[in-house]
Design a protein around this ligand. Structure first.
Ligand code: CP
Ligand code: NVA
Length: 333
């Protein structure tokens, strides 16, 4: 396939076809092989990218910085306190300024309309590094990992446990719908993804052959599942006062060894990370002191088990983000 992403922004997977997603995954596979073999691929030499983070990050920031360096680019990191964005300067003005200095802009922050405005006014490709609604570069890494584990995404059943109405639940549903996979959101009804996004995904599924299900009972949901996926119960930007309610309502959806054993024999565990699986974090300890939990959305046993692919999944963030930047910034990567 030729590169149809050149000069486009990467804001959400809804904007791309299955062929374009596969193109990015194959490009990421190629970059991963080249990196392993020590073959340099500085195909964006001389370009500059701005990395705007209004929320914190370990994986996404590092993936963009390392990928940019490997492609021969220079990156400038703007943290929540280091830019005027939103406080003293509108997104539109920021976009117009940065668009004249950089060939591409990454944005992590709040509403999807903010990353859309950056794309509308900057005149350069913009990459969504996570918004309240979507986390599209994470899904590419997840699909890459699924292809590495199972050799394909065809026929794969992925069950998302827990807060399925957040950026990860939404984006996995879109990704599975596009790829023709079997997606299950497993949570209480109020945590199912937004109805209008569900109906958009059902339309996509009717063409791709995907199956989308919304199930409240964990045992029923995980039957024959190949991937059990979860995410934190409270996302960045949410008010900490929601912890109590989330713990009460989502505890039955925690991924335990017992639940993993009810899935298909070849099932793997995935998580975008960071994760609360032990008491080695400040928030984990606070929750333990208040509610007595030693883990939240996944047990320590599962995340450390042989079925867990969370670290290869995290490493694949870099290769897939590199593919996105190369495809959007180079005519023929
Ligand atoms: N998965 C993910 O986006 O991680 P960070 O928040 O560390 O970037
Ligand atoms: N849902 C999480 C994902 C973190 C990568 C959040 O938005 O905080």
């Amino acid at each position: 396939m030729t590169n149809t992403l050149y000069r486009k922004s990467f804001l959400k997977l809804l904007d791309f076809s299955k062929e374009e997603i596969v193109y990015l995954l194959e490009l990421a596979d190629r970059f991963k092989k080249e990196k392993d073999l020590g073959i340099r691929h500085r195909i964006c030499e001389g370009k500059n990218v701005a990395l705007i983070f209004e929320k914190t990050s370990t994986r996404t920031r590092c993936a963009f910085e390392v990928a940019a360096a490997d492609l021969g680019m220079h990156s400038v990191y703007l943290d929540p306190s280091a830019s005027q964005i939103g406080k003293k300067e509108s997104i539109e003005d920021t976009a117009r300024v940065l668009g004249g200095m950089f060939e591409g802009i990454e944005y992590r922050g709040y509403g999807q309309e903010r990353v859309q405005a950056l794309a509308d006014y900057s005149g350069v490709p913009v990459f969504n590094g996570l918004t309240n609604e979507f986390h599209p570069t994470q899904i590419l890494a997840d699909l890459m990992t699924i292809r590495e584990v199972f050799g394909t995404t065809d026929g794969i059943k992925l069950v998302f446990m827990g807060d399925a109405k957040n950026n990860m639940g939404n984006s996995l549903m879109v990704g599975c719908a596009k790829m023709g996979m079997h997606f299950v959101a497993c949570s209480p009804k109020k945590y199912f993804p937004d109805a209008s996004l569900v109906s958009e995904c059902k339309k996509i599924a009717s063409e791709s052959g995907a199956v989308l299900e919304f199930i409240e009972d964990p045992c029923e949901a995980v039957k024959d599942a190949n991937v059990i996926y979860t995410d934190v119960w409270v996302s960045m930007g949410e008010d900490p006062s929601v912890w109590e309610e989330r713990i009460k309502e989502l505890s039955p959806y925690a991924v335990t060894q017992d639940l993993m054993e009810q899935a298909a024999g070849n099932a793997v565990f995935m998580h975008c990370l960071p994760s609360f699986h032990d008491l080695e974090t400040e928030i984990g300890r606070q929750i333990h002191d208040r509610f007595g939990l030693t883990s939240m959305e996944v047990t320590d046993e599962v995340i450390r088990s042989e079925r867990s692919v969370v670290f290869p999944e995290a490493h694949n963030r870099m290769h897939t983000i590199k593919a996105v930047m190369a495809a959007c910034l180079c005519p023929e990567p």
